[in-house]
Design a protein around this ligand. Sequence first.
Ligand code: IFM
Length: 448
Amino acid sequence: MASNSDWPIFPRGFLLGAATAAYQIEGGAREGGRGESIWDRFSHTPGKTYEGHTGDVACDHYHRWREDIKLMAQLGLQAYRFSIAWSRVMPEGRGAVNPAGLDFYDQLVDALLNEGIQPFITLYHWDLPQSLQEKGGWPNRDLVGYFADYAAVVVRHLGDRVRHWITFNEPWVFAFTGYLTGEHAPGLTDLPAAVQAAHHALVAHGVAADAIRAYGDAGARVGIVLNLSRVDPATDSQADIEAAHRFDGYLNRWFLDPLFHGRYPEDVFPLLGGQDLQSEPNDLAGLAERVDFLGINNYFRNVVGYEKDSPPLDVRFHKPEGAQYTDMGWEVYPEGLYKLLVRVHRDYEPASIYITENGAAFPDVLQADGGVDDRDRIEFLQAYTFAAHRALEEGVPLKGYFVWSLLDNFEWAHGYSKRFGIVYVDYATQERIVKRSGHWYREMIGGQ
Ligand code: IFM
């Protein structure tokens, strides 16, 4: 039995769980009446994902969910964060509802509750119905209403049993990598479209929050999940300090300021062409009252310096020498999580915070003895959970922690080449093998 120095001891009621997302694990892409999503279209477009990988089968969770919930129970998970595939519930994104899609999530929720695992549902984890992309996708304001309708359908169905609702996962990622850099679906490279998409996600959060409150249980809690990172300047020079501040405005304050202060960050708004944003007067009003909890996904920090003639922000990324990097090339920097939590609490004061994703990809190897000895991931999780605990001790209202991810899965443009799971998936057989980190996490939860 490991001693308490192997993991932090969290207060009673603190939730320890794991997270996944629909397109990354479900598979069953053409089953049960599911409609096409932008990730089906994107991953089937040559050259968009690593070796042409798609989520057609993924972890086959669509068929293996009972086994996966047993696995969660064996690991002792107290909560499970998963997303709903919009196009499983509404194949065209609006209009007709697909009962088989709702049934799938219905059974999943019941099975989780039977095992005493609290469901945290994300309504949107990037898999927009393709037919809504054909209407222009998130830059089209009509999507705000379609999203609210979809949220209402799901919450009317599951709201008697599900308490924690997350509207969006990482709107920064799907807006800016989906519409500006083109690395993610729908693969566009259009700055005004990206800024408009990000804005509509904020407005949609507000109206979906209203729907969740209208149709959910009295105890329903609404959250939104942001990918946030500590940003440090590369040197002490004024130019680098200002560059780091601009990048912080783009990555962190672009969503935090509207959500909690009702306005965009003034310094970076014009740099991204904010003056051309199409908006209505009350779009950002009252968003703070529609956030019961903030979900933070954090993996690494950014070290940023000034780079001349590098629009729109004139920044360049630096990789500190001597640091440890994961298989994604992300710096292992637990101190960044601690500082980020303290800063978000100080500057924005969300009522509650959950770490909704944290974890690491490493090149795991399935050994001849059938095990996966991922000590590097254990060290990562230890360091980050201790950092989170330190923030909690200093007054940050941290209520839970979700490891990313329960299973190895489809890592978007990287396909299956990156493994984030605490459970190894042998994609040839779909066998699940609990990694050493999974055993460690089970002990940690049991040791609370
Ligand atoms: O796999 C993703 C997830 O879908 C969103 N947050 C970051 C993870 C790792 O890249």
